[in-house]
Design a protein around this ligand. Structure first.
Ligand code: UGA
Length: 434
């Protein structure tokens, strides 16, 4: 099939290269000429394991192309995926300016039937607006369909998630649109759920909100565990063995960050409010997530007493491992709070330091975890990179001024570190190796 992807950001590039890998002719478009130039030269603007190789191989096979012309994209395509950004406005509402703009441009350039598919995460009823916008600007009587096909990709595992999805959701209003999308995804051999457009839009927001709900639930429990001396990992295991609950997304830590959960929750709250439903549960999920950062801050104070003039070594900046993304990363807020109280901060992250340098000042960016620990009053784990799980703790202990580890992601076994002479503090951890 001839497919155009409008928006060559994270979602657009992964979707485009994977659809090319399935044998389709794909044109990835972006209004950022500089980005398109880089892509044409083989440079990948984002960090995602395997994406560079996938793009290179499909460019070589002449199935994947790049352009900054939306006109070319619309004229060539049987299917157009809209994968532009939907950032948050100040009030939390999703900014749909780019979606409207693309819809208008599709209408102005369409020459024959095409299927327009929402891939970006959008509030329920956006499909309606896309349809209305196209009808308002279209020049001739040309048939078209709008569909919703939300993405469920996780950063760091996006290609695997695309190629082996738990489910594919297709929101359609015509048999033709349904057949086109069923055919497109047939090679993936995955369960396909066909719904109407509004349900598909809601499935995306509801899924992210529910996952965030699980995280806040376990984070709330971690605070209770701390108060009573229970172990949150054991509680999560016990809950997770119940198939109705499941163990995934029950890792207590510093709360969720990234470019999806915080933004999508705000947008979901906003649209719920707009249509007359006060989604109190989601408000609590958001509040608990914010409180988790204060919780760790209090833990640091509990062990160091005063923060002023103390040196804190921070391991990890990205909002989770295997990505260089620091958008809404808890690390940034935590480091800024430490600096406000007068701490000196040393930090190391395997891939996010260049990005963080644009946001953080007066921070010592280090070459490795050991340099980060040098002369520090405590070492704080913020992101659970594998590299941090396999440290030489004898060496770390020698580097630290005081042997204190605050583990914001529960990656270490308390007893193991205590046996090595560390003072260990996790999140809701009071485990006993039996
Ligand atoms: C999330 C969803 O998992 C994807 O399905 C969805 O497609 C994507 O958002 C999106 O809407 O585009 P992502 O933001 O890449 O994917 O990251 P996740 O792996 O879901 O993690 C989100 C945050 O939750 C991270 O900060 C992570 O550290 C935190 N988390 C996750 C926890 O604190 N505990 C857990 O048990 C799991």
């Amino acid at each position: 099939m001839n497919i155009s992807i409008i928006g060559s950001g994270y979602v657009g590039l992964v979707t485009g290269s994977c659809l090319a890998e399935l044998g389709n002719q794909v044109l990835c478009v972006d209004s950022d000429i500089h980005k398109i130039r880089r892509l044409k030269k083989g440079e990948i603007p984002i960090f995602e394991p395997g994406l560079g190789e996938l793009i290179a191989s499909n460019v070589k096979k002449r199935r994947l192309h790049f352009s900054s012309s939306i006109k070319e994209a619309v004229r060539k395509a049987e299917i157009i995926f809209i994968a532009v950004g939907t950032p948050s406005l100040e009030n939390g509402e999703a900014d749909l300016t780019s979606i409207e703009d693309v819809a208008r441009n599709i209408a102005l350039n369409m020459t024959g039937y095409c299927l327009i598919v929402e891939k970006s995460t959008v509030p329920v009823e956006t499909g309606e607006w896309v349809k209305r916008t196209i009808c308002a600007y279209i020049k001739r009587k040309i048939k078209f369909d709008v569909a919703s096909n939300p993405e469920f990709l996780r950063e760091g595992q996006a290609i695997n998630d695309f190629m082996h999805p738990d489910r594919i959701v297709i929101g359609v209003e015509s048999k033709k649109a349904k057949d086109i999308l069923m055919n497109l995804y047939k090679p993936l051999n995955a369960p396909i759920l066909v719904t109407n457009i509004k349900s598909a839009e809601l499935i995306k927001h509801a899924s992210n909100a529910f996952l965030a709900n699980k995280i806040s639930f376990i984070n709330a429990l971690s605070q209770i565990c701390d108060k009573v001396g229970a172990d949150v990992l054991q509680v999560a295991s016990g809950m997770g063995l119940d198939k109705r609950i499941g163990r995934s997304f029950l890792d207590a830590g510093l709360g969720y960050g990234g470019s999806c959960f915080p933004k999508d929750l705000d947008a979901f709250l906003n649209i719920s409010n707009k249509i007359g439903y006060d989604f109190q549960l989601l408000k609590a999920v958001k509040k608990i997530n914010e409180e988790q950062k204060e919780f760790i801050f209090k833990k640091i104070k509990d062990v160091l007493w005063l923060i002023k003039d103390k040196t804190i070594g921070v391991l990890g900046l990205s909002f989770k491992p295997d990505t260089d993304d620091i958008r809404n990363a808890p690390s940034i807020d935590i480091i800024k709070s430490l600096q406000r109280e007068g701490a000196r901060v040393r930090v190391y992250d395997p891939v996010s330091m260049e990005k963080a340098k644009l946001l953080l000042t007066n921070v010592k960016f280090c070459l490795n975890p050991y340099e980060t620990a040098l002369g520090a009053d405590c070492l704080l784990v913020v992101t659970e990179w594998n590299e941090f799980k396999e440290l030489d703790f004898v060496k770390i202990k020698k580097m630290l001024k005081r042997p204190i580890i605050i583990d914001g992601r529960n990656i270490y076994e308390p007893k193991n570190l205590e046996e090595l002479g560390f003072q260990y503090t996790g999140i809701g951890r009071h485990g006993h190796k039996v």
